[in-house]
Design a protein around this ligand. Sequence first.
Ligand code: EPZ
Length: 435
Amino acid sequence: MEALRIYTEKPYCLQGEVTISGAKNAVLPAIAACLLTEDRVELTNVPLVKDVQTMLTLVGELGASYSLDENQKTLSLEVKRIKSTQAPYKLVRAMRASILVLGPLLARSGQATVALPGGCAIGTRPVDLHISGLQKLGANLKIEHGYIIAEAKRLKGTEIEFEKKTVTGTENLVMAACLAKGETILKNCALEPEVVNLCELLVRMGAKIDGIGEETLRITGTRELSGAEHRIIPDRIEAGTFLVASALTRGDLILKEVEPKQVEAVIDKLVMAGSQVELPGRNIVRIKGGEDLKPLDITTAPYPGFPTDMQAQFMVLMTQANGRSIITETIFDRRFAHANELLRLGAWIEIEGDKAIIRGKTPLSGAEVMATDLRASACLVLAGLIATGQTTINEIEHLDRGYEKIEEKLRHLGVRIERFTNNNNNNNKKAEVKS
Ligand code: EPZ
């Protein structure tokens, strides 16, 4: 298994510049949207992360031809014909966002067989809102042998109100409605910037969508969509992760390619904890970590509230705050796995239902830990920056799903970090540190 090892003689103080990559959670629906047209779609600012490869493998099996230019970070996709309407379990299991092909496949070809994603490390994660929404659009869906089997001659516009905010549920229904007959009104839509970015792409493809960025979307279906060029927005969660890295290490970081508005809730909390934040230029954020960190009470919420994807990163930050912090996780029912790993590094954390109580300030010392999901891995990398000694993070394939070249970015900021294969029986093997 691949691992990362961070050497920390004394806690780092990160200084310098880092450029944020394109958003994983924006490029995945954008790739799925390409199924809606037979024309070529060009995406730019594409993040080079594992989930993009997984999504490309999936759409490739469905009939997409594509080329990814890793130097230019551009992706050109074309789905002239749908070759298959099956999203197999092995791919859906690897990445839950595969569910995003359900709506487009149904809209384009009238049928789709998509494996149920099942639960994951952060929660049960049902897709009932996706299914019920598509049924309201006139699709027949049944669940058999772990697959959603859907068919629809032509989807028919209607009014749908989401019982709760769902990011990919909103994205699936918007994409399906673009080719439905007549008007679809979607209420209680998710407001995440990634949903807005998808709607902007769809409009460039010829879709008629009103209310973009609001809770009610009106989509007037068309017979077909055409190709487009589209830029993926910066990854606000990667940006938030580096903002926390600066606050955690009393650093002074300049982040480029950040939309400050999209990280407002995170910046507000970091300022409350004692960081200084400036906006020196367009899409640039500068953050200086304060000498002392103040404890915080944080409750995760749908956008524009505090993002659940930043919860783990703030948990490690709060281990260094002077006092008691409480983090309440309202989105997912099991998103505290990283707490156990932080305990191994010396943190003081108690979990009570949907709350994590963190007492600081606790010095952390390096140890071998296990990544359990994408954002938990990021939390452990952050912890490694301040845990004296060596911190080895195992199973970092979780990290690679959503962070582009994170060790290169950290090395550029002066961190001694290296990637190696940890086959467990030689834990003390000195991994050569790449210069
Ligand atoms: C998206 O997941 C993101 N993934 C997640 O990011 C993010 O944590 C999440 O939104 C919340 O912001 C992508 O965009 C690919 P939801 P999604 O549907 O769409 C419940 C990361 O680290 N729900 O908004 O799957 C659900 O259980 C990942 O990048 C239903 O009950 O999340 C949860 O409690 C992790 N029924 C809440 O809604 C449904 O049909 C929000 O989930 C759908 C969701």
